[in-house]
Design a protein around this ligand. Structure first.
Ligand code: BT5
Length: 290
Protein backbone atom coordinates (compact mmCIF):
# COMPACT_ATOMS: atom_id res chain seq x y z
CA UNK A 1 0.00 0.00 0.00
CA UNK A 2 2.76 2.35 0.96
CA UNK A 3 4.49 1.96 -2.40
CA UNK A 4 1.42 3.19 -4.21
CA UNK A 5 1.14 6.40 -2.28
CA UNK A 6 3.02 9.60 -2.64
CA UNK A 7 3.77 10.38 0.98
CA UNK A 8 4.05 14.06 0.34
CA UNK A 9 0.44 14.14 -0.82
CA UNK A 10 -1.23 12.40 2.08
CA UNK A 11 -3.79 15.08 2.92
CA UNK A 12 -4.65 14.08 6.47
CA UNK A 13 -1.15 14.21 7.77
CA UNK A 14 0.74 16.56 5.51
CA UNK A 15 -0.57 20.10 5.65
CA UNK A 16 0.38 22.48 2.90
CA UNK A 17 3.34 24.80 3.29
CA UNK A 18 6.77 25.34 1.87
CA UNK A 19 9.49 23.27 3.46
CA UNK A 20 11.99 25.43 5.29
CA UNK A 21 14.38 22.66 6.16
CA UNK A 22 16.46 21.35 3.31
CA UNK A 23 15.91 17.68 3.98
CA UNK A 24 17.13 16.67 0.52
CA UNK A 25 20.51 18.13 1.28
CA UNK A 26 20.58 16.41 4.67
CA UNK A 27 19.53 13.13 3.15
CA UNK A 28 22.27 13.22 0.52
CA UNK A 29 25.05 13.80 3.02
CA UNK A 30 23.68 11.48 5.70
CA UNK A 31 26.07 8.72 6.77
CA UNK A 32 23.65 6.19 8.22
CA UNK A 33 22.83 2.56 7.64
CA UNK A 34 19.13 2.51 8.51
CA UNK A 35 17.87 5.92 9.50
CA UNK A 36 16.79 8.70 7.20
CA UNK A 37 16.15 6.70 4.03
CA UNK A 38 13.11 8.90 3.75
CA UNK A 39 12.84 12.21 5.59
CA UNK A 40 9.54 14.05 5.47
CA UNK A 41 9.41 17.64 6.62
CA UNK A 42 6.46 19.99 7.04
CA UNK A 43 6.13 23.35 8.65
CA UNK A 44 3.23 22.38 10.83
CA UNK A 45 1.72 19.09 11.96
CA UNK A 46 -0.28 17.96 14.97
CA UNK A 47 2.43 15.59 16.17
CA UNK A 48 5.34 14.03 14.30
CA UNK A 49 4.65 10.83 16.28
CA UNK A 50 1.06 10.70 14.99
CA UNK A 51 2.32 11.31 11.49
CA UNK A 52 5.00 8.61 11.76
CA UNK A 53 2.52 6.12 13.21
CA UNK A 54 0.12 6.73 10.33
CA UNK A 55 2.97 6.15 7.89
CA UNK A 56 4.14 3.03 9.72
CA UNK A 57 0.59 1.65 9.53
CA UNK A 58 0.72 2.26 5.78
CA UNK A 59 3.91 0.23 5.56
CA UNK A 60 6.59 2.93 5.61
CA UNK A 61 10.01 1.34 5.88
CA UNK A 62 12.32 1.38 8.86
CA UNK A 63 14.30 4.56 9.07
CA UNK A 64 11.54 6.85 7.81
CA UNK A 65 11.66 10.17 9.66
CA UNK A 66 8.97 12.78 10.13
CA UNK A 67 10.01 16.24 11.18
CA UNK A 68 8.12 19.50 11.64
CA UNK A 69 8.93 23.08 12.41
CA UNK A 70 5.91 23.43 14.72
CA UNK A 71 3.68 20.83 16.36
CA UNK A 72 0.17 21.97 17.14
CA UNK A 73 -0.59 19.00 19.41
CA UNK A 74 2.82 17.70 20.46
CA UNK A 75 2.46 14.89 22.99
CA UNK A 76 4.40 13.75 26.03
CA UNK A 77 3.82 10.51 27.88
CA UNK A 78 0.41 9.65 29.34
CA UNK A 79 -1.25 12.14 26.96
CA UNK A 80 0.56 15.14 28.39
CA UNK A 81 1.06 18.20 26.26
CA UNK A 82 4.47 18.87 24.72
CA UNK A 83 5.00 22.53 23.87
CA UNK A 84 6.54 22.68 20.40
CA UNK A 85 7.10 26.20 19.07
CA UNK A 86 9.15 27.27 16.08
CA UNK A 87 12.87 26.97 16.74
CA UNK A 88 12.67 23.51 18.30
CA UNK A 89 13.68 20.23 16.76
CA UNK A 90 10.62 17.96 16.67
CA UNK A 91 11.03 14.67 14.89
CA UNK A 92 10.07 10.99 14.98
CA UNK A 93 11.79 7.86 13.73
CA UNK A 94 10.13 4.67 12.56
CA UNK A 95 11.97 1.55 13.74
CA UNK A 96 11.05 -1.94 12.64
CA UNK A 97 13.42 -3.94 14.79
CA UNK A 98 13.70 -7.70 14.81
CA UNK A 99 13.57 -7.60 18.60
CA UNK A 100 10.80 -8.78 20.86
CA UNK A 101 8.66 -6.03 22.49
CA UNK A 102 10.66 -6.17 25.73
CA UNK A 103 13.82 -5.35 23.81
CA UNK A 104 12.16 -2.79 21.57
CA UNK A 105 10.93 -0.63 24.46
CA UNK A 106 14.58 -0.03 25.32
CA UNK A 107 15.08 1.98 22.12
CA UNK A 108 14.23 5.01 24.21
CA UNK A 109 17.61 4.58 25.91
CA UNK A 110 19.36 4.42 22.54
CA UNK A 111 17.81 7.74 21.58
CA UNK A 112 18.45 9.47 24.89
CA UNK A 113 22.06 8.27 25.00
CA UNK A 114 22.60 9.70 21.52
CA UNK A 115 21.21 13.07 22.55
CA UNK A 116 23.12 13.15 25.84
CA UNK A 117 26.40 12.20 24.13
CA UNK A 118 25.92 14.82 21.49
CA UNK A 119 25.08 17.66 23.86
CA UNK A 120 27.92 16.72 26.14
CA UNK A 121 30.67 16.10 23.59
CA UNK A 122 29.83 18.60 20.90
CA UNK A 123 28.30 21.43 22.85
CA UNK A 124 30.27 20.80 26.05
CA UNK A 125 27.10 21.04 28.14
CA UNK A 126 26.51 19.64 31.61
CA UNK A 127 24.13 16.86 30.60
CA UNK A 128 22.23 14.39 32.73
CA UNK A 129 19.63 11.77 31.89
CA UNK A 130 16.58 11.15 33.99
CA UNK A 131 14.96 7.73 33.83
CA UNK A 132 13.36 6.87 31.58
CA UNK A 133 13.15 9.58 28.95
CA UNK A 134 14.41 13.05 29.88
CA UNK A 135 17.62 14.89 29.03
CA UNK A 136 18.56 17.66 31.41
CA UNK A 137 21.07 20.45 30.91
CA UNK A 138 22.18 22.16 34.09
CA UNK A 139 19.34 20.31 35.82
CA UNK A 140 16.60 21.56 33.47
CA UNK A 141 14.73 19.57 30.84
CA UNK A 142 15.88 20.35 27.33
CA UNK A 143 14.72 17.20 25.56
CA UNK A 144 11.94 14.65 25.98
CA UNK A 145 11.45 11.36 24.19
CA UNK A 146 8.19 9.56 23.49
CA UNK A 147 8.37 5.97 22.34
CA UNK A 148 5.24 4.24 21.04
CA UNK A 149 5.05 0.66 19.89
CA UNK A 150 2.66 -1.46 17.88
CA UNK A 151 2.77 -5.22 18.46
CA UNK A 152 1.04 -8.36 17.27
CA UNK A 153 1.41 -10.95 19.98
CA UNK A 154 5.09 -11.14 20.73
CA UNK A 155 6.08 -9.51 17.43
CA UNK A 156 6.91 -5.84 17.02
CA UNK A 157 5.20 -4.20 14.05
CA UNK A 158 6.98 -0.90 14.58
CA UNK A 159 8.27 1.49 17.19
CA UNK A 160 7.99 5.23 16.72
CA UNK A 161 10.52 7.16 18.76
CA UNK A 162 9.73 10.88 18.92
CA UNK A 163 12.40 13.30 20.04
CA UNK A 164 11.70 16.86 21.08
CA UNK A 165 14.59 19.25 21.61
CA UNK A 166 14.14 22.79 22.86
CA UNK A 167 16.74 24.27 20.58
CA UNK A 168 16.55 27.84 19.34
CA UNK A 169 13.76 29.57 21.20
CA UNK A 170 13.49 31.80 24.22
CA UNK A 171 11.87 29.87 27.03
CA UNK A 172 10.49 33.10 28.51
CA UNK A 173 8.27 33.51 25.45
CA UNK A 174 7.41 29.87 24.90
CA UNK A 175 6.72 28.35 28.29
CA UNK A 176 4.11 28.99 30.95
CA UNK A 177 5.35 30.14 34.35
CA UNK A 178 5.24 26.66 35.89
CA UNK A 179 7.73 25.27 33.36
CA UNK A 180 10.30 28.03 33.83
CA UNK A 181 11.91 26.28 36.81
CA UNK A 182 12.06 22.87 35.17
CA UNK A 183 12.73 23.39 31.46
CA UNK A 184 15.25 25.21 29.32
CA UNK A 185 16.47 25.52 25.72
CA UNK A 186 19.86 25.03 24.10
CA UNK A 187 19.80 28.68 23.11
CA UNK A 188 19.48 29.69 26.73
CA UNK A 189 22.16 27.34 28.01
CA UNK A 190 24.65 28.02 25.21
CA UNK A 191 23.89 31.71 24.89
CA UNK A 192 23.49 31.34 21.13
CA UNK A 193 21.47 29.52 18.50
CA UNK A 194 22.51 26.09 17.22
CA UNK A 195 22.42 25.01 13.58
CA UNK A 196 19.26 22.91 13.47
CA UNK A 197 20.09 21.05 10.28
CA UNK A 198 23.52 20.09 11.60
CA UNK A 199 22.08 19.00 14.92
CA UNK A 200 19.41 16.91 13.22
CA UNK A 201 21.85 15.22 10.86
CA UNK A 202 24.42 14.49 13.54
CA UNK A 203 21.77 13.07 15.87
CA UNK A 204 20.43 10.75 13.19
CA UNK A 205 23.95 9.47 12.56
CA UNK A 206 24.57 8.96 16.26
CA UNK A 207 21.24 7.18 16.85
CA UNK A 208 21.88 5.03 13.79
CA UNK A 209 25.30 3.99 15.12
CA UNK A 210 23.94 3.16 18.56
CA UNK A 211 20.99 1.28 17.05
CA UNK A 212 23.44 -0.86 15.13
CA UNK A 213 25.46 -1.42 18.28
CA UNK A 214 22.31 -2.40 20.18
CA UNK A 215 21.31 -4.82 17.43
CA UNK A 216 24.71 -6.52 17.32
CA UNK A 217 26.07 -6.26 20.84
CA UNK A 218 22.90 -6.10 22.93
CA UNK A 219 21.73 -3.65 25.52
CA UNK A 220 24.58 -3.81 28.07
CA UNK A 221 26.99 -1.38 26.34
CA UNK A 222 24.09 1.03 25.74
CA UNK A 223 22.81 1.09 29.31
CA UNK A 224 26.31 1.25 30.76
CA UNK A 225 27.05 4.41 28.74
CA UNK A 226 23.59 5.80 29.50
CA UNK A 227 24.22 5.36 33.23
CA UNK A 228 27.34 7.48 32.99
CA UNK A 229 24.92 10.40 32.49
CA UNK A 230 22.50 9.32 35.20
CA UNK A 231 22.71 11.73 38.11
CA UNK A 232 19.90 10.16 40.10
CA UNK A 233 21.64 6.89 40.90
CA UNK A 234 22.47 6.78 44.58
CA UNK A 235 19.78 9.31 45.49
CA UNK A 236 16.43 8.95 47.13
CA UNK A 237 13.79 9.26 44.47
CA UNK A 238 10.05 9.12 44.30
CA UNK A 239 8.45 7.10 41.57
CA UNK A 240 4.82 7.42 40.74
CA UNK A 241 3.51 4.62 38.63
CA UNK A 242 -0.22 4.75 38.05
CA UNK A 243 -1.72 5.46 41.47
CA UNK A 244 1.18 3.95 43.35
CA UNK A 245 4.04 6.00 44.73
CA UNK A 246 7.31 4.46 45.83
CA UNK A 247 10.12 6.18 47.60
CA UNK A 248 13.50 4.59 47.76
CA UNK A 249 17.15 4.71 46.91
CA UNK A 250 17.81 4.49 43.20
CA UNK A 251 20.32 1.64 43.04
CA UNK A 252 20.52 0.93 39.35
CA UNK A 253 18.88 0.84 35.96
CA UNK A 254 19.15 -2.81 35.02
CA UNK A 255 19.51 -4.60 31.71
CA UNK A 256 15.72 -4.60 31.28
CA UNK A 257 15.72 -0.82 31.49
CA UNK A 258 13.95 -1.05 34.87
CA UNK A 259 14.73 1.32 37.70
CA UNK A 260 15.88 -0.66 40.73
CA UNK A 261 14.87 0.88 44.05
CA UNK A 262 15.59 -0.07 47.62
CA UNK A 263 12.48 0.92 49.53
CA UNK A 264 12.51 2.17 53.12
CA UNK A 265 11.63 -1.28 54.48
CA UNK A 266 14.67 -2.70 52.70
CA UNK A 267 12.81 -4.50 49.91
CA UNK A 268 14.09 -4.18 46.39
CA UNK A 269 11.58 -3.02 43.82
CA UNK A 270 12.00 -2.85 40.05
CA UNK A 271 9.93 -0.24 38.28
CA UNK A 272 9.32 -0.52 34.56
CA UNK A 273 7.44 2.60 33.70
CA UNK A 274 6.37 5.70 35.47
CA UNK A 275 7.44 9.08 36.52
CA UNK A 276 9.84 9.94 39.22
CA UNK A 277 11.10 13.04 40.81
CA UNK A 278 14.43 13.46 42.56
CA UNK A 279 14.79 14.69 46.06
CA UNK A 280 17.65 17.08 45.61
CA UNK A 281 18.33 17.55 49.30
CA UNK A 282 19.30 13.96 49.90
CA UNK A 283 22.80 12.60 50.31
CA UNK A 284 24.22 10.30 47.67
CA UNK A 285 24.03 6.62 48.48
CA UNK A 286 27.77 6.28 47.97
CA UNK A 287 28.28 8.65 50.86
CA UNK A 288 25.91 6.72 53.07
CA UNK A 289 26.88 3.14 52.43
CA UNK A 290 30.46 2.30 53.24
C1 BT5 B 1 8.14 13.75 27.28
O1 BT5 B 1 6.98 13.47 27.94
O2 BT5 B 1 9.11 14.27 27.76
C2 BT5 B 1 8.14 13.29 25.83
C3 BT5 B 1 8.16 14.46 24.88
C4 BT5 B 1 8.29 13.98 23.45
C5 BT5 B 1 8.11 15.10 22.47
C6 BT5 B 1 8.40 14.65 21.06
S1 BT5 B 1 8.49 15.96 19.94
C7 BT5 B 1 8.45 14.91 18.60
C8 BT5 B 1 7.44 13.83 18.94
N1 BT5 B 1 6.09 14.21 18.61
C9 BT5 B 1 5.30 14.28 19.69
O3 BT5 B 1 4.09 14.59 19.67
N2 BT5 B 1 6.02 13.99 20.78
C10 BT5 B 1 7.40 13.67 20.46
P1 BT5 B 1 6.76 13.63 29.49
O4 BT5 B 1 7.89 12.99 30.24
O5 BT5 B 1 5.40 13.15 29.74
O6 BT5 B 1 6.86 15.20 29.73
C11 BT5 B 1 5.79 16.04 29.44
C12 BT5 B 1 5.83 17.18 30.44
O7 BT5 B 1 6.97 18.01 30.18
C13 BT5 B 1 4.63 18.12 30.34
O8 BT5 B 1 3.59 17.70 31.17
C14 BT5 B 1 5.21 19.45 30.79
O9 BT5 B 1 5.24 19.53 32.19
C15 BT5 B 1 6.64 19.37 30.31
N3 BT5 B 1 6.85 20.01 29.00
C16 BT5 B 1 5.97 20.28 28.01
N4 BT5 B 1 6.57 20.82 26.95
C17 BT5 B 1 7.89 20.90 27.27
C18 BT5 B 1 9.03 21.33 26.57
N5 BT5 B 1 8.99 21.79 25.31
N6 BT5 B 1 10.23 21.27 27.22
C19 BT5 B 1 10.32 20.80 28.47
N7 BT5 B 1 9.27 20.35 29.18
C20 BT5 B 1 8.06 20.39 28.57
Amino acid sequence: MYDNLSLDLLPKIVPSGVSRMNVNKIQKSLRTKELGKKILFVNKVDSTNNWAKDLAELGAPEGTITIAEIQTAGRGRFGRKWISPKGGLWFSIIFKPKFRPLEAVKLVFVASLAVADFFSKLYGLNVKVKWPNDILVNGLKVCGILSEMSTSGNEVNYVVVGIGINANFDVENAFPEKLMDVATSLKKELGKKVKLEELFKALLERIDGLYEQYTHEGFVPIIEKWKSYAAFLGYTVQVTSGNIMFEGLALDVDTEGALVLRLKDGTIRRVFAGEFSLKYDTVPLRARIQ
